[in-house]
Write a protein that binds this ligand. Structure first.
Ligand SMILES: NC(=O)c1ccc[n+]([C@@H]2O[C@H](COP(=O)([O-])OP(=O)(O)OC[C@H]3O[C@@H](n4cnc5c(N)ncnc54)[C@H](OP(=O)(O)O)[C@@H]3O)[C@@H](O)[C@H]2O)c1
Length: 218
């Protein structure tokens, strides 16, 4: 995010405001996870493949007993996911889509050839249930969520996040309508989330922070 807390501009246009080092940092974090998770809007706007480059990162995974690349998981309530997105052109790792039976049949038909669909009868995806499914059916033990803000906020509200990797980039965007880490919503989170700073590193003008997120007392 920018130094004023923005993760993109008010038009949500794909913006490239972080360094090569930050992009490597993202790949390194992605490479640690068993699965990588993304919200439909981010997938649509940024058109990412969620893969890993050949070489050390993949080799290290295999040496750790993981698959060469993390499983790719897309979350969408409405399910109108464009089958021509780049993620579906790459077969680096299986793709799972967690959505609802609101997904129109036309999309179900087109996406079934490219991904495994998990469609629930609810209005929206139950994220806790999704994580349980990932663990039970796919033996996934660690998930790296790459945003966006709406999905991250939902995970926070459900107390399902245990670590935040945050890069502060040397820019200020301003703008009331540009989303922060938790989106543009005016509402407070149901409870403030308490973090512990576990690592801090600066490279050039960027600051790389790692926070452990404290679980709410139940
Ligand atoms: N700076 C960064 O590091 C960074 C990182 C990631 C993203 N971004 C930016 O963030 C923007 C997109 O973020 P966003 O907040 O608009 O969207 P998002 O979180 O990427 O996606 C939201 C969508 O995910 C689906 N979804 C399904 N279940 C959900 C749930 N329980 N909670 C929330 N979403 C759920 C819905 O898809 P349907 O509409 O299909 O139902 C929802 O509209 C993009 O502009 C992207 O570039 C920036």
């Amino acid at each position: 995010m920018t130094a004023d807390g923005k993760i993109t501009t008010r038009t949500y246009s794909p913006v490239d405001f972080t360094s090569r080092e930050d992009k490597l940092h993202l790949l390194r974090q992605r490479a640690l996870a068993d699965a990588v998770l993304i919200g439909h809007s981010t997938l649509q706007k940024d058109n990412v493949r969620l893969g890993l480059p050949k070489g050390e990162l993949r080799d290290d995974r295999v040496a750790r007993g993981q698959t060469p690349s993390p499983l790719r998981v897309i979350v969408s309530n409405e399910g109108r996911i464009d089958p021509s997105l780049k993620i579906f052109q790459s077969d680096i790792a299986p793709i799972l889509i967690f959505s609802t039976t609101r997904m129109p049949r036309k999309f179900q038909k087109a996406l079934r050839d490219r991904a495994t669909l998990h469609l629930s009868d609810n209005e929206s995806v139950d994220l806790a249930w999704m994580l349980q499914q990932l663990r039970r059916e796919y033996k996934i033990r660690s998930v790296a969520c790459e945003g966006g803000a709406a999905l991250f906020r939902s995970l926070l509200e459900l107390d399902l996040v245990d670590q935040l990797n945050l890069t502060i980039a040397p820019f200020l965007f301003g703008g009331h309508d540009a989303p922060t880490l938790t989106g543009v919503g005016k509402e407070f989170l149901p409870a403030s989330v308490h973090c512990t700073l576990t690592d801090m590193r600066t490279v050039g003008d960027e600051c790389f922070l790692t926070y452990r997120i404290k679980r709410r007392a139940s």
